[in-house]
Write a protein that binds this ligand. Structure first.
Ligand SMILES: Nc1ncnc2c1ncn2[C@@H]1O[C@H](COP(=O)(O)OP(=O)(O)OP(=O)(O)O)[C@@H](O)[C@H]1O
Length: 254
């Protein structure tokens, strides 16, 4: 049974089509990799699934999560059904509040002691060395990479059935990237949408791949097919040009 279904999704800005006829289906536990050049619409697609479509844009089509329509709906899914990891972690935190308070606020667990234990344990799994000190810090006291790891820890601690990770490794060093890859690979029964320009990483994680170019779905298939037998010229070009850039990361995984 499909866990998430995206059907005929179109996003327009006045008359300009930013996303055109996007379709995909994911079962529980499947990982979708979304690839495409900068500006192709990957983040916009994720924002729309999260019910965060910018107010100047118009989204039409269907987004069914466990058969429930969530597109343009008022249901509160973030942090409950869907956790999110964004590329610009600093924008996700309120500079006025300590990291710990913001983590506890985002968790469903209302027993504060238990919630803190869960949060600290995920911070430690994300290699935050002095997790208790980080818990008491303000966002501006942490580096970009630390904030990114905190954001990932929050998403994992939320324990939602769906995680959307938009360039989650952009501020991470290679060792932490590898750790995150292992954590994601070991997630049981969770569905993951993973956006990355790092095709080596995508190929290690995804079951299915959606290739987007200028808002259009160019190719959607099983991961092996996309990487071993791509059909479109654009996918071939993307894989060829990214392969060299990814070589360094691949050699670290060996
Ligand atoms: N609120 C908005 N109003 C108008 N256009 C927008 C808005 N948000 C995004 N766009 C446009 O939609 C297109 C897709 O943007 P998006 O951020 O989804 O790209 P992306 O594929 O995630 O790029 P990157 O890989 O650089 O993160 C871009 O042309 C962008 O300018």
């Amino acid at each position: 049974m499909s866990f998430l279904v995206i059907k005929n999704l179109n996003i327009t800005n006045k008359k300009l089509l930013l996303l055109e006829n996007i379709n995909f289906e994911l079962k529980k536990g499947e990982v979708l990799g979304i690839i495409g050049e900068s500006g192709s619409g990957k983040s916009l697609l994720c924002k729309t699934i999260l019910n965060l479509t910018p107010s100047n844009l118009n989204a039409k089509g269907n987004i069914l999560l466990e058969k429930q329509e969530i597109l343009n709906s008022s249901c509160n899914i973030r942090g409950k059904k869907i956790a999110v990891i964004l590329q610009e972690a600093i924008n996700a935190f309120d500079p006025m509040y300590k990291i710990g308070a913001q983590i506890l606020e985002s968790l469903e667990e209302k027993n504060k002691k238990k919630a803190k234990e869960i949060a600290l344990s995920w911070l430690e799994k994300m290699d935050i060395k002095d997790s208790k000190k980080v818990f008491e810090s303000y966002p501006n006291e942490l580096s970009g990479g630390q904030l990114q790891r905190v954001m990932i820890a929050i998403a994992l601690a939320q324990d939602t059935p769906l995680i959307i990770a938009d360039e989650p490794t952009s501020s991470l060093d290679v060792i932490t990237q590898r750790k995150l890859l292992e954590i994601f690979k070991n997630l049981k029964n969770k569905t993951l949408i993973f956006i990355s320009h790092d095709l080596a990483l995508v190929s290690k994680l995804a079951n299915k791949i959606l290739v987007i170019k200028k808002g259009k779905s160019i190719e959607y298939n099983q991961c092996e097919t996309i990487f071993n037998n791509p059909q479109s010229e654009y996918t071939k070009h993307l894989i060829k040009t990214r392969k060299e850039l990814s070589q360094r990361f691949l050699s670290c995984l060996k």
